[in-house]
Design a protein around this ligand. Sequence first.
Ligand code: NAD
Length: 260
Amino acid sequence: QTPPRTAVVTGSTSGIGLAIARQFAAEGCNLVLNSFSDSPGDHAIADGLAREHGVKAIYVQADMSKPEQCRALVAQAAEAFGTVDILVNNAGVQHVAPVEEFPIAKWDQIIAINLSSAFHTAAAAIPLMKKAGHGRIVNIASAHGLVASPFKSAYVSAKHGIMGLTKTIALEVARDGITCNAVCPGYVLTPLVEAQIPDQMKAHNMDRETVIREVMLDKQPTKEFVTVEQIAATVSFLCSPAAAQVNGTHISVDGGWTAA
Ligand code: NAD
């Protein structure tokens, strides 16, 4: 019997990351959940998944804007479970403003969390994966890793950056049984998207329903939000044996957005 795989999912207390964690729990993985906070609620999420799916799950507080905490997250996962088989870089934040008004601190924070954290966690995980002779790194990018939208300079830059990082890592580890790929969601209705609605209403001078229909889903040809379960299933595929030769690329789950 093969031992359970150990999966680390950054930013997994909510939205897409939580759905990915739930998917891996359902597949019997040891789980390391993460966010920057350290509330009883955070640990309760890990405990709940462990109970529900009969797996081992721990919550590790680590701020993905801090390089040493990114690396410590991977070290703590290895300490708890022996190694890291799957690393999903999912933590992400957004800020919407024109370039000339974009707060410098927000730019730095978004580049740190949405891009640099994946460099640090991968740097810490790759030696473990090389030693094990296998590994899967999945970066949650975005349609904004492929195309831009106005007022999202930091986010679009970070997401384009993570596409380059994905390809570079893939080339470096291709002979080690490790793959590195990105998933590019379109609009998924999560707290992150919900939080953008007021800013978009202001930026476009529109009401909520009009922003959803004409701004957010304007570019999504299906006119439907992507679900978190659909993203989790795509990540699961990339971590399956069937995807062993899928390396250094991305899968778009965007309702056709980037086909245009
Ligand atoms: P969300 O806000 O629901 O979840 C983000 C998670 O990241 C939360 O668990 C949060 O606590 C965590 N996080 C935030 N800052 C952190 C930090 N400094 N350190 C550690 N964890 C931190 O967002 P979501 O919509 O589920 O987004 C998840 C990922 O998917 C992000 O990378 C986002 O860019 C990407 N994405 C989302 C959409 C969408 O439409 N929702 C579309 C494309 C890409």
